[in-house]
Design a protein around this ligand. Structure first.
Ligand SMILES: [Zn+2]
Length: 300
């Protein structure tokens, strides 16, 4: 009987100890420093300025998936910097990306303090990206606009330094010197160099083979267009829209890479007015909006 009582007492003691432990558990928890109980605060990444929105070209040549085709590409070195470092200067051959209903919106001759911010606002409202072929003279005047274009994930291309045909098209050398001049200006503002360039007035009639050779040797991709907004000839917004709708529906075979020429330079307010309607037109027809990079097919 005494044995049974002892066993009973032991069991009771164990129960009491267990009960005290359970009852005090919340106190134990509270006694732990609160920093260990609060979940880790999510890391908020800093606003992207120079890196994440763009794929640096030297890092994108390793067979990355197709969806990278909608990212701007830049080089960390200019042509002359590559030469000094004895790095390759021409671009590797890449497969063009032909999609199903892809539109490349492009804007030449800016940035302009009146038009470019409005265009950027419209693009942002629609959550789409475009490509800006900038002039060296203008980015020197408006470096903050270039920074905004870059920070908002649009592609930047080289559109010569001063756009003065007589100076630009004297020879392949004078042409490439203007591209270098603009590259240096872009590099000093963004610390990257664009690879895409667009000849003022287009390559046709302005380029000889020597121009194409020097562009290739120095890692430039000349970008044309296959749909012209006609906004360079004082057209009103509705005429610009009509031009675009007509050429787009007529040239259905270009829907895999519709490359639309527009201007954001000084005076092109009608382009700004037309832009929301142009975007709606392409959205209604199921197009995706891409930026130009090394995977964009030649316009023709
Ligand atoms: Zn131009």
């Amino acid at each position: 009987m005494a044995k049974k009582n002892r066993l009973f007492n032991i069991i009771c003691s164990i129960c009491v100890i267990f009960f005290i432990f359970l009852a005090s558990a919340p106190l134990i928890t509270l006694a732990i420093p609160t920093t260990q109980l609060i979940p880790l605060t999510p890391i908020v990444s800093k606003p992207v300025e120079n890196e994440d929105l763009s794929a640096v070209l030297t890092e994108t040549n390793a067979g990355l998936p197709v969806d990278i085709s909608n990212k701007p590409e830049y080089d960390t070195f200019t042509y002359l910097e590559r030469q000094v470092r004895k790095l390759p200067t021409n671009l590797p051959v890449t497969e063009p990306y032909y999609g199903d209903k892809i539109i490349y919106l492009t804007f030449d001759d800016g940035p302009d303090p009146e038009n470019t911010p409005l265009i950027l606002d419209i693009l942002k409202e629609n959550n789409i990206k475009a490509t800006f072929f900038v002039l060296g003279t203008e980015i020197e005047k408006y470096p903050d606009l270039l920074k905004r274009i870059y920070a908002e994930g649009h592609a930047i291309g080289n559109h010569s330094y001063n756009h003065i045909y007589q100076k630009l098209y004297q020879s392949a050398n004078t042409y490439i010197e203007q591209l270098h001049h603009t590259d240096d200006a872009v590099k000093s503002i963004l610390n990257v160099r664009p690879h895409i360039s667009r000849a003022p007035g287009g390559a046709a009639g302005n380029f000889t083979q020597a121009y194409w050779d020097v562009l290739e040797n120095q890692g430039y991709i000349e970008v044309g267009w296959n749909i012209s907004s006609g906004d360079a000839s004082n057209a009103k917004a509705d005429q610009i829209l009509n031009n675009i709708m007509h050429q787009t529906t007529k040239n259905g075979f270009l829907w895999s890479h519709a490359t639309l020429l527009m201007h954001d330079g000084k005076g092109h307010t009608e382009t700004v007015k037309a832009l929301p309607h142009i975007i709606n037109f392409y959205k209604e027809h199921g197009f995706d909006f891409h930026v130009i990079n090394s995977k964009t097919p030649p316009a023709w």
